[in-house]
Design a binder for this molecule. Sequence first.
Ligand SMILES: Nc1ncnc2c1ncn2[C@@H]1O[C@H](COP(=O)(O)OP(=O)(O)OP(=O)(O)O)[C@@H](O)[C@H]1O
Ligand SMILES: [Mg+2]
Length: 323
Amino acid sequence: MSLLDIEGISVSFRTDQGRVLAVRGLSLSVAPNEVVGVVGESGSGKSVSALSILGLLPRGRSEISGAIRFEGENILGWPERRLRKLRGGAIAMVFQEPMTSLNPVLSIGWQIGEVLRLHRGLARHEARREAVELLRVVGLPDPEGMIEAYPHQLSGGQRQRVMIAIALAGRPRLLIADEPTTALDVTIQAQILDLLRALQARFGMAMLLITHDLGVMAEMAARVVVMYGGEKVEEAPTARLFASPRHPYTAGLLGAIPRLSPERRDALVEIPGTVPVVHAPPAGCIFAPRCARADERCRSVPPSFAWQAPGVGVACHHPLGEG
Ligand SMILES: Nc1ncnc2c1ncn2[C@@H]1O[C@H](COP(=O)(O)OP(=O)(O)OP(=O)(O)O)[C@@H](O)[C@H]1O
Ligand SMILES: [Mg+2]
């Protein structure tokens, strides 16, 4: 059974420029212990999808439909009080910028302790001991001293380790990591990814890992969901996706990976154009304006997502690797 089942969610926002359709008909599932990656360019709807899971979209300005099942229960539309018990507990989240998620006026120990008291019911002294242990687990130096520290005294990498400790404090069964390393230096990025991978295995958490970095995806995720313009355009086991992408967009993204050998560094291929901001359902395929394979049908009939093989699906009239 799945741990998380997102079933056909659509999300729109009311803005001064009119309605923005940020996510359309997205379905994806995460099994217990599994690492699923979500990849796509800026604006493709990755963060909005993640925020939807925990009911963190701006209330009153956003609309959501579909179903989001966690351990079999539809949590979409749960009242705030119930969701708050889930957040930081069974489902934890790590964001891109740890400084904005940490409270600058509260000590690290207090912020971890709050989760331990709230979600695990630990008493003060127990919470302190456990907080020190968690800081050790995430590889921070001098955990005893660290719990007295404030966020501004830490480096970016250390702050992200603290955020991970806070996430772990609630013993989550699902960790949602939205660009957890984007704001960090390259060497620190690798360390944080290694840490996440080790913790995922050690604690048996499932992880929904959002990134625009395909290299990260290749190393971390068993399965990848590719998003474009608010839609899922392809899904496949990671090795399969890299070996034979079906959607022209995925193929474009793969072509856009910088070559690893130094002499090929300049070979970064961008897909011409940008992800559109969608105000109304498009007439045809959302990717058609940027697609070399697009024909009249693509411009008039939206392709629906279809499974081609177990776990391999694509939304395209002319997928690659056919015929
Ligand atoms: N609060 C909001 N109000 C209005 N529009 C929004 C809001 N949040 C997101 N959007 C729009 O929804 C679309 C998807 O945004 P989202 O943040 O999910 O993209 P993303 O895939 O996470 O991109 P990035 O890689 O830059 O993080 C974008 O067009 C964005 O402008
Ligand atoms: Mg985002």
